[in-house]
Design a protein around this ligand. Structure first.
Ligand code: DNO
Length: 359
């Protein structure tokens, strides 16, 4: 595996590459071009620039999160072909810059959603949390406003202001679309994009819906094993793969993550892994916690063991961390707790490697 850390770039991150390099066991960064509007082509040069900067700090840059999919593609509008062409060009350019893995999602309108970005825990740390009781009675606008107002001045991934300005219009456009309708649009996209990804050596990994349940009546199609089966069947290629995000899938206790990893790992469809622990209090009421198994609902050892068993050699990143030790930063993406998470995962991996001793 390649241990990686999500980095928002020189302009947008308060964490430096040097700090990331100082985290034991860190191999690389996961990056993106945050100033390119969704749907436009990503050029090669700025990707090469990130690669060079990362290399100065002994870090590789092979993983993108995310080239976001334009809403017109998800909606299946006639204009989608133009955006698909652009997506294909972005993949080709990414490949020229040495990118191997591209994460994306197919969630209508909202990317991840939370009802609290700074829920206090018993020890004074804060974390991201979701409670479906708190969504009832809220409008999408309320939710968007709350998330943007509480982001400590940072742009949050997937919450691009230009998209959110059009919320009401977007909701109208999705009226009447069910899961099958959205699935058809994903299949159309994948049939066009995956052959090119395969040709240029890129593995695509769709990110699960976060949380994996319909929010505000919008369809969601990446929630569980059955959904992943349907996506895998859309295009028979390793480049049509998955980002296994344990915090997203794991917020539904019905999802058996080690089993999902083994099953899709055998098909060589696990391309990227986000490791995060969550404490699930009741269905659709959960908060994020430190990575250590005993603290949350997920057995991180079993998850790491499943990854080891499939000989996973792609990127793993510690996902959302809490805010600890007085840090102020982008919610979910502070330095300290993610660094602790990476160290914990490396410890698990070393121990499994020593015990099973294969690679
Ligand atoms: C949130 C992230 C998501 C993720 C996208 C992938 O913190 O996990 O924004 O990057 O859903 O496309």
């Amino acid at each position: 595996m390649r241990m990686t850390f999500r980095w928002y770039g020189e302009k947008d991150d308060n964490i430096t590459l040097q700090q990331i390099d100082q985290i034991p066991g860190m191999d690389g960064i996961v990056g993106a071009l945050f100033d390119i509007p969704v749907g436009d082509v990503w050029p090669v040069e700025p990707l090469l620039h990130i690669k060079e900067e990362a290399a100065k700090h002994n870090l590789v840059f092979k993983d993108l999160e995310s080239i976001n999919v334009h809403e017109d593609i998800k909606l299946g509008l006639p204009s989608r072909d133009k955006y698909i062409e652009n997506y294909i060009q972005s993949l080709k350019n990414a490949a020229k810059a040495g990118i191997e893995v591209v994460c994306y999602n197919f969630m209508p309108i909202f990317d991840w959603t939370r009802t609290d970005l700074a829920k206090p825990l018993y020890d004074g740390s804060t974390c991201l949390a979701y409670d479906y009781h708190l969504v009832a009675g809220k409008t999408p606008q309320d939710m968007a406003r709350e998330i943007l107002d509480n982001s400590n001045g940072f742009v949050l991934p997937g919450w691009e202001p230009e998209r959110l300005q059009e919320l009401s219009h977007l909701f109208e456009q999705y009226e009447g679309m069910d899961e099958d309708g959205l699935r058809k649009n994903l299949a159309y996209f994948l049939k066009a994009v995956v052959p090119v990804a395969e040709e240029c050596g890129i593995k695509m990994g769709i990110h699960p819906d976060d949380p994996p349940i319909s929010v505000f009546g919008l369809p969601r199609i990446v929630k569980n094993e059955a959904d992943l089966d349907k996506i895998a069947a859309m295009v028979d290629s390793e480049s049509n793969g998955f980002t296994i995000c344990t915090g997203s899938l794991g917020s539904n206790r019905q999802n058996d993550i080690p089993h999902i990893i083994r099953k899709f790992g055998r098909q060589h469809r696990v391309q990227f892994v986000h490791l995060r622990n969550v404490q699930v209090h009741e269905p659709w009421v959960f908060n994020e916690v430190a990575h250590k198994s005993a603290i949350g609902s997920l057995d991180m050892f079993e998850i790491a063991k499943a990854l080891y068993d499939i000989h996973f050699d792609g990127p793993i990143r510690p996902d959302h961390g809490r805010m600890i030790w007085g840090e102020e930063g982008r919610p979910g993406y502070g330095l300290y707790d993610r660094a602790l998470g990476a160290n914990y995962i490396c410890g698990l991996w070393d121990a499994i490697n020593r015990l099973c001793g294969q690679f």
